[in-house]
Ligand binder design. Sequence first.
Ligand code: 7PJ
Length: 268
Amino acid sequence: MPIPADRPLVMGIVNVTPDSFSDGGRYLDHAAALDHAGALVAAGAAILDLGGESTRPGSLPVPVEAELARVLPVLQAVHDLGVPVSVDTMKPAVMRAAVAAGAAMINDVYGFRAEGAWEAVRDSDCALCIMHMQGEPRSMQVAPRYDDVVAEVEAFLADRIAAAEAAGIARARLWIDPGFGFGKSLEHNLALLRALPRLARLAPVLAGLSRKRMIGALTGREVPADRVAGSVAAALRAVENGAGIVRVHDVAETVDALKVWLASAGRA
Ligand code: 7PJ
C-alpha cells in the first residue's frame, strides 16, 4: 500500500512488546497490539508504525526470533485496517520478513548500517526511513556530544542516502529522520527541530517527538502520558518546518490539532 505524499501524515505508534500486566502470553500481546492499531486508525492515523524491539534509552537488544514472533502475526492482521504499515526494526532478517508480508515502510533507527540491511530491502518498492542515532540505545543518552549537531546529522543522512543509492535503491523510496532523543541533549533536539527545513532538502522528513524526554524537560512533566499537549505542539512545529510524517502516540489529538492548524494556514 503506497504512502500518500500530498499532505502531512500522522503515523500511529504500535508497540508489540510483552505487556508487563499480562501473563506474557503471546496471544494477549498480539491481541492488545491489534486492538490498539484499530483504535489508532479509527482516531485518524494515516499510517502505523509497528515495533517489536524497544529502542528507548537504556533498553537492551531482543533476539531476532523473538522480534519476528512479535511483529509478523500483527503485521499480517493489521493489513485489514486499510492503512499502510511501517515496521520499526534494525534487523535485516526482520526487514526481509516484513517486506515479504507487505510492509509499506521499513523504519530503521540504526539507519540501515547493519550488515545486509540494504540487500534485505532492495528488491521491493517499500519506503525506507533512515534515522540518525549517536551511539546505541543502551548508552546513547549518557553524554551526547557534537561540534555542530545540525551539520553532523545532515552529513550522516546525506552519506546514508548516497549509500542507499550505491546499493541500488531508488532515492524516491527514502525518508530521513534526525532521531530526536537518540544521543541528543535538549539543546541538540531543539536545534534539529529548527533545522528541519534544511534537512528536508535531502529527502522527505519523518519526525518522532511524541512524549519524549525533551517534551518532559520543556514542560516539567515527568510522566510520559502527561506530555500530550507538549507533544502536539512539537508535531505542529515539525510539520510547519517541513516534516511529511509525524510519528505519535496520541493520534486523535494530533490529527485534530493538525486539521485546525492546516486550515488556519490555508493548507487544508
Ligand atoms: C523514533 C523511532 C523516532 C523513528 C522510536 C520513542 C522511541 N523511529 N522509533 N523516529 N523513536 N523513525 O518512541 O520514544 O524518533 S522509539
